[in-house]
Design a protein around this ligand. Sequence first.
Ligand code: AMP
Length: 220
Amino acid sequence: MNVILFGPPGAGKGTQAQFIVEHFGIPQISTGDMLRAAVKAQSPLGVAAKSIMDAGGLVSDEIVLGLVKERISESDCRDGFILDGFPRTTPQADALTSLLGGLGKHIDHVISLDVDSAEIVQRLSGRRTCPSCGKGYHVAYDAPKVAGICDACGSALIQRNDDRVETVQNRLDVYREQTSPLKEYFEQRGLMRHIDGNGTIQDIQGQICSLLKGSAGDRP
Ligand code: AMP
């Protein structure tokens, strides 16, 4: 089962992707996580991407496609994967279609998490991340047991540079201009499934489960 999680920044793609990983046993491919790892490692790719990411812009299609191509070819993606944060432009979607075609694969579902703009700003500003293990939290909706500390590994949580108020608006503009046209792209191909992303994390998990149930790979 090959799934794309689609939606604006702050829609909950990363949170729901973690749930799908645990429940359906397929890996998450998050281009944002891969780029943040490259930034942390200060690789040439990371150095090139950092200022673009901090400003809320999009890293070049070429760089992102290179990362996805390599990751999708790994053996754990054989029985399926969840793409989170990719594709974000029409050229990325076209390149994904031809990449998968060449591997004899296709996308089964594009799940759009539909969230109101006011809710998105609130979610992004409260978002916190563990810099060591990558686990995500929200100060109001999904708080760690001890404020500011990761439940999983005990590291101090941070706010991503691009979750600061001054960058959020730019990210939403970029989404509206470059990524939201993909809704039409996937609608036309009959792949788009809409989920109301305004509810609680558990509500949305329930909706995703019903949608994917019967698709394949659900664990007992
Ligand atoms: P995310 O964690 O998905 O919100 O991604 C964080 C940042 O990484 C984005 O604001 C972009 O700068 C960059 N990024 C992630 N995925 C992509 C992509 N598919 N295309 C271009 N840039 C991306």
